[in-house]
Unconditional design. Structure first.
Length: 171
């Protein structure tokens, strides 16, 4: 009986110690805002959307990431015909990125990273990439947040680029 009680106490203590360690897998969700540049800026001005990101700790400095989201890039004013219909309806651009990548943390807050994958968008499926720099912040009694500045690129049938920001709550 004493061995059983000792085993239970050991398991409880081990779980307490393990629970105090930093989480190995993080989930974040938040809004995104992007501003187009280069060729994309001729037909679209800015984009808004949201994304969900999974982050898996590899070691203290490096983490693997996976992201899925949706971003709607607003078309600039398009000419309309006499019936009020937009003459060039293809100027609207909706992107659904599905990317994987990694992050390097200089300390517990500041990180740089990159993601690659595919983008499902209005013209079709294209190669998607995103170099990033960001900062994570843990606010007492509120939770953890991160802000990431990034360039989103979609290469394929008509290159599309934007510089953007993602502000996310970390679960």
């Amino acid at each position: 009986m004493n061995k059983f009680i000792l085993l239970v106490i050991s398991v409880v203590l081990m779980n307490t110690v393990m629970a105090q360690k930093e989480k190995q897998t993080l989930l974040s969700v938040g809004p995104e805002l992007g501003f187009t540049f280069s060729k994309a800026n001729t037909t679209n001005s800015f984009g808004y959307g949201a994304s969900l990101q999974l982050e898996q700790r590899i070691n203290d400095e490096f983490r693997a990431t996976a992201l899925v989201g949706i971003i709607n890039y607003v078309a600039k004013s398009s000419p309309r015909n006499v019936f009020g219909n937009i003459i060039n309806p293809n100027s609207k651009y909706v992107a659904v990125p599905l990317r994987v990548g990694g992050r390097y943390y200089f300390d517990e807050n500041l990180h740089v990273g990159a993601q690659v994958g595919v983008g499902f968008n209005t013209p079709g499926t294209v190669f998607a990439y995103s170099p990033q720099i960001g900062y994570s912040l843990n606010i007492k009694n509120v939770g953890a947040f991160e802000t990431t500045f990034k360039i989103d690129g979609y290469a394929g049938s008509g290159n599309f680029n934007s510089v953007g920001i993602r502000i996310a709550y970390i679960f």
